[in-house]
Write a protein that binds this ligand. Structure first.
Ligand code: MOS
Length: 729
């Protein structure tokens, strides 16, 4: 087994010497054909025979109060109904909770909170029965309006990784500076809205639970599910081979716990999918934010102070805090630095991690303010950013592992035609459209988490990679195939990758953009051991042996792998641990986002005309899946800048637009040609394979590039997002 230690060996892996030529290539997804044929089995689709029963969640119609009783008689008498479960102490109380989830005290924490489930022989019967259950409630007035409650905000929880920073006196710096920006930006509640809803099938066999579901970090989900049910984690298996989107919300949904409870009680498989409207209230939301940005600069364009003070909201008992200033902390030089976070507690579903927690909303505000400052200084916004490029992390003093932000800005400017931009807003007109260009920096903290993989080189010369890592649509199957193929000298069709099953070695799961680095490293390290074993059988040093097309070549010998393997497969475990990450370096991925928009001078309508993202995220494992992730992130940027808004009824704590018809996200007609370019710089301080997180990086700054382009087009600066046409007119 190979476990990686940063000081011991940080370069020269077998995959670095590889000559197979699959790593980095823009190869098609290995599971792509299965997906387009409908043959990839998602959580709700696993076939467990005719005994399977269907559940539908019973939820509360109010956001705050107490449940004093249920009348289930009418529901129980309906055709096909098998059980109405409202009395079990294990019924989950909060959304995708990391904590124990018992709803013992009957308190209602948020609107549409799960109270139980109706179970029947068909989905329709279960749904009808759920609706026939009468819930007796004593309702109370809840608190739902963060902005109205800002005076009652409290500081970050001790558990928060992000603590406040106060270097120097920002008030004094603002008073003495030549030029200042002091603005408040707000962003609304947003929801995950993954295409595939949360869905689970539970089945018990001899005291052991198997859950088929749509979850992104399986070993965590397994632990939480076991704790929720009061059983040992060894009695739980989770199977989640394909996931139709998971952006932080596919951790563990209440439907999984309810399916497990129901299946145990009825002694038959039970499947439950959350309805779309239920998802809007029962999956972690992205908090609304109130962000004050203060910038102070000298007339020469150098920043002297940066302040980023945020207020976010959280539900009862929520341990997470949106780390709003995460991207700001190490981005620009300035001696005076002031970053604070405050939380308002509301009677709403818990706020949690939604793709690029921190940077998505934080960089929207910061990078808009940077654009405002550049304009006040009369400087080009790219030149202004370059002028404030730090040598080392300006908050901690740590050196950067790799940082190519300036190159991203310069390369982007060249490719995008930035030189054609007119500095004065409203200068470019195309019929009734005002046209403008905007730029923003992108940054995303780089993470590494524990991950383990098993690689088996079989007697037939084929390799199998096994880990409970997941593929949430990002391309994990493909990049792990490429890493193993390059390391072992095998073409892609000779590598099988098995993911998404907790019976396999525990992988990192997908989240925080740590998946490729963490799971990828574990696979590369397992391959190291196999290569060492093959080399010893070839009586060569690993670095003197070439592996290609299923053969080992050393000196004048070329031996097929199956011959070298012989009678028993070669099996290796690779392990990477969080602790091996070189935290003495400031680690982040960087990029530059460019947008050109048209703003209709008559209606205020905004059309994004083109975008370019230039990103540096360490080694790129697959040019095509990386580009696809980048495009997805940039589209998300269009969404949160212009459309996304979970509209809250502040009287009742309900999102009124709880479906994809009214919760607007960009559709094809909203998305123009998007261009992506990578600047590759293998980061040896980050992890063995030199990969940095990419997915969330590409969301960061994308919205600000759009809003800065709007300003350049028409001279309107909106600081209350989303930037809908009523605010622009
Ligand atoms: Mo994500 S918010 O780390 O899935």
């Amino acid at each position: 087994m190979t476990e990686f230690r940063m000081d011991a060996d940080h370069a020269g892996l077998a995959m670095d010497r590889g000559v197979q030529g699959v790593l980095g290539k823009g190869l098609n997804r290995v599971e792509g054909v299965l997906k387009v044929m409908g043959a990839a089995t998602y959580g709700y689709e696993h076939q467990l025979g005719t005994e399977v029963a269907y559940g539908y969640l019973i939820t509360t119609p109010v956001a705050k109060g107490k449940v004093i009783g249920f009348d289930t008689d009418a529901a129980r008498a309906m055709p096909g109904v098998l059980d109405i479960i409202v009395d079990d102490p294990r019924i989950p109380r909060q959304a995708a909770s990391f904590g124990p989830a018992a709803n013992g005290n009957a308190a209602i924490d948020h609107f549409d909170q799960v109270l139980g489930a109706a179970i029947a022989t068909s989905f329709e019967a279960a749904r009808a029965a759920a609706r026939a259950v009468r819930v007796d409630i004593v309702a109370e007035q809840g608190r739902f309006d963060m902005m109205a409650d800002i005076a009652n905000a409290s500081g970050p929880p001790k558990s928060s990784r992000l603590q406040d920073v106060a270097k120097g006196d920002i008030d004094a710096a603002m008073t003495t500076a030549d030029v200042t920006v002091d603005q408040v930006y707000t962003t609304p509640n947003q929801v995950h809205a993954a295409m595939e809803p949360h869905a689970s099938i539970a089945t018990w066999d001899d005291g052991k639970l198997t859950l088929y579901s749509s979850l992104q970090i399986l070993n965590v989900a397994k632990a939480v599910l076991a704790r929720s049910l009061g059983i040992d984690a060894t009695a739980v298996r989770i199977v989640s081979p394909y996931i139709g989107g998971g952006f932080g919300g596919k951790l563990l949904g209440p439907e999984a716990v309810m399916a497990a409870i129901a299946s145990q009680r009825l002694d038959r498989p039970v499947k439950i999918a959350m309805a779309r409207a239920q998802l809007f209230h029962n999956v972690y939301r992205r908090t609304d934010t109130h962000q004050r940005i203060r910038l102070a600069a000298n007339a020469d364009g150098r920043l002297t102070a940066i302040g980023h003070d945020s207020v976010v909201s959280q539900g009862p008992d929520g341990g997470f805090m949106e780390p709003v200033a995460l991207g700001t902390i190490a981005l620009y030089a300035a001696a005076v630095r002031h970053f604070s976070h405050k939380i308002v507690t509301l009677d709403m579903v818990q706020a949690g991690a939604v793709r690029a927690p921190g940077e998505a909303v934080g960089m929207l505000a910061l990078e808009t303010a940077i654009d405002e400052m550049a304009e006040q200084l009369g400087r080009d916004p790219i030149d202004f950013r370059k002028l404030n490029e730090p040598e080392v992390d300006p908050t901690t003093g740590a050196p950067y592992s790799t940082r190519r932000l300036v190159e991203c800005l310069d390369e982007g400017a060249r490719r995008f035609g930035w030189a054609r931009r007119e500095a004065i807003p409203g200068s470019v007109r195309d019929g009734e459209w005002l046209v403008g260009m905007g730029v923003a920096a992108a940054v995303r903290i780089n993470l590494l988490v524990d991950s383990e993989a098993r690689v088996t080189l079989g007697t037939n010369g084929r390799a199998t990679v096994e880990t409970d890592m997941t593929d949430i649509g990002t391309g994990t199957y493909t990049i792990l195939s490429q890493i193993a193929g390059e390391s072992l000298g095998l073409p892609m069709h000779c590598v099988d990758v098995r993911l998404g099953d907790t019976d396999l070695p525990p992988g990192s799961g997908s989240g925080g953009s740590f998946g490729a680095a963490s799971a990828g490293s574990s696979v590369a390290l397992a391959c190291e051991d196999i290569v060492a074993e093959l080399a010893s059988r070839m009586k060569a040093r690993p670095e003197d042996m070439t592996l290609k097309d299923g053969h080992a070549i050393a000196g004048n010998r070329r031996v097929p792998l199956e011959e070298l393997v012989g009678d028993a497969p070669i099996i290796a475990i690779g392990k990477i641990s969080q602790g091996s990450n070189a935290r003495t370096f400031s680690q982040a991925a960087h990029g530059a986002q460019f947008a050109e928009v048209g703003v209709n001078a008559v209606t205020g309508e905004v059309r994004v005309r083109r975008m370019l993202g230039v990103f540096e995220a360490g080694r790129i494992l697959n040019a095509k899946t990386a580009r696809s992730q980048a495009i997805g992130g940039m589209i998300w940027g269009i969404g949160y800048a212009l459309m996304e808004h979970a509209v809250l009824d502040k009287r009742h704590g309900q999102f009124v637009n709880h479906d994809l018809g009214e919760y607007h996200v960009p559709v094809h007609a909203d998305v123009p040609h998007l261009d992506v370019h990578f600047i590759e710089d293998i980061d040896h301080h980050a992890n063995p394979i030199g990969v940095k997180g990419l997915g969330e990086l590409t969301i960061s700054g994308a919205g600000a590039a759009v809003t800065n382009a709007i300003y350049n087009a028409c001279g309107v600066r909106v600081r209350e997002f989303p930037m809908t046409l009523d605010k622009i007119l």
